[in-house]
Design a protein. Structure first.
Ligand SMILES: [Zn+2]
Length: 495
């Protein structure tokens, strides 16, 4: 056991996908525009005499995030000016929130890498601010350019308590946050595109000492879940080794060097910034009624944890399968459409099978086969050509034993490619399973004649020999024999 325990807190910035920017009606292109300075106006470029008007949708988005993360929504909240100078911040201050954030005191449970009991990560606050512009440094030039497309994009900042203890926990936390924000449809929270940016602060304390005794080191600009995990794990080991050697940990900001696979010092922190926060005089205090909050709660969709529990209870699926299906809200919705199509087919007598079995098959093929194609083609379920009705029909064929599990792969692949009808594909490719006893008996007769040794073995009590003979029947039928019926017929024959 190590003498040191890591204490890790996170700050996560997320760009909200509203139509317009935070304090003006410029289009919100999330700073991803191809041309610089196309979605700008006097407000978001900080012209004298302009006034900010808060975006109600952005406020609502942050409060929805707060409710989903079990936060208290403040009845009274306000915006403040955070003063600092930088060329991408033309006003000389950023409108942010200081002491009265929209949401506070939340908690999110994540899977615990060490035990079955979920781990709770406390959320200190979530507030709303505006994003800054971007500086562009042309290669070889002695000047820089500024692009204000991103200036004024609504930016949500979430701060956690230092409850995280490992890189893996941090990654699980970020992944779950992203999933929830996507369910809420407030942000795509795509890390590679800068829509979700993570900062970590990390220190180690010696067991038996005060938890906050270590010196905090910040790691900034982490642009993927993998990098969040790797940089934290690296930093824990680096600090441990330094402490073991009697070195002092310096308070500093570090970044991740992908090529070297290590964190590197970016700047030493001499003193904390003084941003001279003061209340934004151009925006009145925000007040929210109980009624407003209740209305907002009603607008929340079913969240991942609730959906997960319901899918396990209602459809009796394995937790591994559920995790894959609910990972994407749309995939979960697709699955439920398939289930209702199966139900409909049963209601009108088109399908006569055990519903539970059918639903399980639908989930299995979704997690194995369909997911395989989605990953291979880098697509999401909303782009897929297979209709839920056709998918349900295919699953019905398997449940009824009309096609084998190997044939399913072929049919599904064709359906994925063309969006075709499964019954047509099965017919075209001649994949219908042979359940016709007369035809099967002919094949069995042939197989028994050719494998008299196995027949002897089976009769003398070697059960394995039967499996071999079933295999030979499958081979002889080119995989189209219904294995269950073939087995029953063989057993009858060999009595
Ligand atoms: Zn604007």
């Amino acid at each position: 056991m190590s003498k040191y325990t890591p204490v890790i807190g996170m700050e996560i910035h997320v760009e909200l996908k509203t139509n317009s920017k935070m304090f003006c009606d410029s289009k919100n292109g999330l700073g991803l525009e191809e041309e610089p300075n196309v979605n700008i106006c006097p407000v978001c470029t900080g012209q004298p005499g302009t006034l900010p008007v808060p975006n109600q949708k952005a406020i609502e988005f942050v409060q929805k995030a707060g409710l989903a993360l079990n936060c208290q929504l403040r009845e009274v909240s306000k915006f403040d000016r955070k003063n600092y100078f930088y060329p991408d911040l033309p006003k000389g201050y950023q409108i942010s929130q200081y002491d009265q954030p929209l949401c506070q005191n939340g908690v999110l449970e994540i899977p615990n890498p060490k035990s079955k009991i979920q781990k709770k990560i406390s959320i200190t606050r979530i507030h709303l601010e505006e994003d800054t512009g971007k500086l562009v440094h042309p290669k070889g030039a002695s000047y820089s350019l500024v692009d204000f497309n991103r200036a004024g994009v609504p930016l949500m900042e979430l701060v956690t308590e230092p409850d995280i203890e490992s890189g893996k926990e941090a990654r699980l936390f970020c992944q779950k946050i992203q999933q929830i924000f996507r369910y809420l449809e407030i942000s795509e929270a795509d890390m590679e595109r800068g829509q979700m940016r993570c900062e970590v602060n990390i220190s180690l304390y010696k067991k038996g000492e005060d938890k906050l005794s270590g010196t905090k080191v910040e790691i900034k600009n982490l642009n993927s879940f993998r990098v969040v995990e790797k940089s934290i794990d690296y930093e824990i080991e680096r600090q441990k080794a330094a402490l073991e050697n009697g070195e002092k940990i310096i308070q500093e900001t570090r970044g991740w060097d992908e090529n070297r696979g290590e964190t590197v010092s970016q700047r030493k922190k001499e003193s904390a910034h003084d941003y001279r926060y003061f209340p934004e005089p151009d925006i009145p205090t925000l007040r929210f009624t109980q009624e407003y909050v209740e209305d907002l709660m009603k607008k929340l969709p079913e969240l991942p944890d609730a959906k997960r529990k319901r899918f396990i209870d209602e459809y009796n699926l394995s937790s591994e399968n559920v995790d894959v299906i609910i990972s994407d809200k749309n995939l979960a919705a697709y699955f439920e459409q398939v289930v209702s199509e199966v139900q409909e087919k049963m209601n009108c007598g088109e399908l006569n099978v055990d519903k539970k079995k059918c639903v399980k098959l639908a989930a299995n093929y979704m997690v194995s086969e369909l997911q395989k194609h989605l990953i291979e083609h880098k697509e999401t379920i909303d782009k897929v050509k297979i209709t839920p009705e056709n998918y349900a029909e295919l699953v019905g064929f398997v449940a009824e034993g009309k096609i084998s599990s190997t044939a399913v792969q072929t049919v599904l692949e064709e359906m994925y490619r063309t969006g075709g009808d499964p019954s047509q594909i099965i017919e075209e490719k001649n994949l219908l399973q042979v359940s016709d006893e007369k035809h099967l008996e002919e094949i069995i007769g042939k197989v028994l004649g050719e494998h008299s040794k196995s027949v002897e073995d089976y009769k003398s009590g070697k059960e394995n020999a039967l499996q071999f003979l079933v295999g030979q029947v499958m081979k002889e039928s080119k995989g189209k024999a219904n294995p269950q019926i073939a087995r029953e017929l063989l057993e009858k024959k060999l009595k």
